[in-house]
Design a protein. Structure first.
Length: 106
């Protein structure tokens, strides 16, 4: 699983919740005018929940566990979790996700 960190104060750490909330608000404000036009034309709801991920590491762990638990994924296939840092282009492994995928591994 890859999650985009969007950069942060450090090259290897994803942004904190405050940065993500700020980006969420900026995204909403920058899209508001075009969205108003669009919702008027199509009759769509006026508010969109962007579902910003505040805890990237936990999100990766949850995704890895969901994939591991799926009945169509063989237990012999290893599953790893990474966060993609868009500023550096680096993949940051989430060791907790890798360990979580091995729980119950036969």
């Amino acid at each position: 699983m890859l999650k985009s960190a969007g950069g942060g104060s450090s090259r290897t750490e994803p942004p904190d919740a405050t940065q993500m909330t700020r980006r969420h608000k900026h995204l909403i404000n920058s899209c508001l005018t075009p969205l108003r036009r669009l919702t008027t034309l199509c009759g769509c709801p006026k508010f969109i929940k962007w579902h910003t991920i505040l805890n990237l590491e936990q999100s990766v762990v949850d995704d890895v566990q969901r994939i591991r638990a799926h009945p169509l994924v063989p237990k012999s296939i290893p599953i790893y979790g990474y966060i993609y840092d868009v500023k550096t282009g680096r993949l940051i492994e989430v060791p907790v996700a890798t360990a979580a995928s091995k729980v119950g591994h036969a």
